[in-house]
Design a protein. Structure first.
Length: 460
């Protein structure tokens, strides 16, 4: 059948139902305010749905299930009280060039073995997330623009493995692409930018392949791998993120190979809380903090990376961490090449560490307070002390030159060689620093801030 310019509304079941190999054409219709869904394609149904307005239905705008394979093209699908397009029970379909927005749940949901093609759509301004792939969902999701959604742009979870290629995923209020609870798949050649959380998050057994993406402008970092996350990240550009380019935390073990991680407003790669990982043949450069920071019992392997032109140190290892560094080139970093805290004993083989500016050692030799080169925002690694006379705590660190000048004749104790800024120079001690010309209040904590974790969506 052919349905043109029909107004279909307020139906108790669905506005249009297609099944049993039926193949209607539905064009320029309005399907709205259904008491359940708008269009229901099931039991090997087909159909061409073109240039329709599908809106304000109580359930999904379009349901596709049980081996159905319709074409959904150039429709406006919006303000549904649940999702936009819901593909489940081994549904298929071509979902192309639609404008899907303002829905209460995911713009597109793919689950239970479904494998649609989702191409050239705008999926935006959702009250929930953009695309939700779960329960062994698949799908080829390419050349879409996914933006401005309240939760994640794309979620991949529970054994799902979609192919996500050449999408623009941006300006979301949480994460760009979020793999969790054994979410897998391929993320290739996408632009992922300007999210309030991280561009990409990977956790809890998820193991995606992430290749040739550009990931920038994340307010909580570029890529966060945590809580047992895995993943292979190859040939990506990760830059201009407000926090670390890549975080590796809490027993996670990703592989980072041939990525460019640069111009971050914090560290390049930060590995905390028993993080592991293999970093191989990456270029890590021009980051505001350490190129690679390894902390809190972490133990990664760094092999044949180039780590250079950082505004702090090249590699810093602190807080009981270790590492294997093999064949890396570490050069032209401001604070030094390889900086290791007290009792840190990494495995070092064939690294070339050269032409670093060693600004920390130079400042010490000139008699300057180390706060002069760090301010409140970075943490030079050197010998730090506490002053018993001034009753400072273990959380207060005083650099060697302030000990010599500002605390001369006091009872002082060596704390350790580690990353600190000088609290004397920062003006947080009662006694005024005699080496600093300006006093600043400071309440910055002593480690890079931790990322915010996004919400896990509820299944429809």
């Amino acid at each position: 059948g052919y349905f043109d310019r029909c107004n279909i509304h307020d139906n108790r079941i669905s506005g249009i139902e297609v099944k049993n190999h039926a193949n209607p054409t539905v064009a320029r219709c309005e399907v709205h305010h259904g008491l359940t869904g708008g269009i229901y394609v099931h039991e090997k149904g087909r159909g061409q749905f073109v240039d329709n307005r599908i809106y304000s239905n109580a359930f999904a705008g379009i349901w596709i299930t049980s081996h159905s394979d319709p074409t959904i093209r150039k429709n406006e699908i919006y303000t549904g009280q649940q999702g936009g397009v819901y593909i489940f029970g081994e549904g298929r379909g071509l979902i192309e060039s639609n404008n899907i927005y303002g829905n209460a749940l995911a713009g597109i949901q793919i689950r239970t073995g479904s494998d649609p093609i989702v191409r050239l759509n705008k999926i935006h301004s959702g009250l929930h997330g953009g695309v939700y792939v779960h329960e062994k969902g698949k799908g080829l999701i390419e050349e879409n623009e996914v933006y401005g959604n309240t939760l994640a742009g794309i979620w991949v979870t529970t054994g799902s493995s979609p192919i996500l290629r050449r999408n623009r995923i941006h300006s979301g209020k949480q994460v760009g692409v979020y793999f969790y609870d054994n979410g897998h798949g391929l993320l290739e050649d996408n632009d992922i930018f300007n999210h309030l959380y991280s561009g990409v998050q990977i956790r809890t057994g998820s193991n995606p392949k992430i290749v040739r993406n550009k990931i920038w402008g994340g307010q909580n970092g570029g890529v966060l791998v945590y809580n047992g996350g895995l993943g292979v990240l190859e040939d990506n550009e990760i830059f201009d993120n407000a926090m670390a380019g890549v975080w590796i935390k809490t027993d996670s073990h990703p592989v980072l190979r041939r990525n460019k991680i640069y111009d971050g407003r914090d560290g390049g790669v930060c590995i905390f809380n028993k993080g592991k990982g293999l970093l191989e043949e990456n270029d890590i450069y021009r980051n505001a903090q350490a190129g690679v920071l390894i902390s809190t019992e972490s133990n990664p392997t760094l092999r044949r990376n180039r780590i250079f032109e950082g505004r702090a140190a090249g590699v810093e290892i602190t807080n009981g961490a270790s590492a294997t560094l093999d064949g890396n080139m570490i050069f032209h970093n401001n604070f030094g090449g390889l900086c290791m805290a007290t009792d840190v004993k990494p495995t070092l083989r064939d690294n070339k560490i050269y032409d670093n500016r060693n600004a920390v050692d130079r400042a010490v030799s000139k008699g300057q307070c180390l706060f002069k080169i760090s301010s409140c925002t970075s943490f030079p690694m050197h010998d730090f002390y506490r002053c018993v006379t001034c009753n400072t705590t273990d959380r207060n660190a005083i650099c060697i030159n302030c000990i010599k000048v500002c605390h001369s004749g006091h009872d002082v104790e060596f704390v350790r060689h580690d990353r600190f800024f000088c609290d004397c120079g920062a003006g947080t001690l009662e006694k005024q620093c005699r080496l600093q010309t300006e006093i600043r209040d400071n309440d910055t904590v002593y480690d890079s801030a931790t990322p915010t974790e996004s919400e896990t969506p509820k299944a429809n």
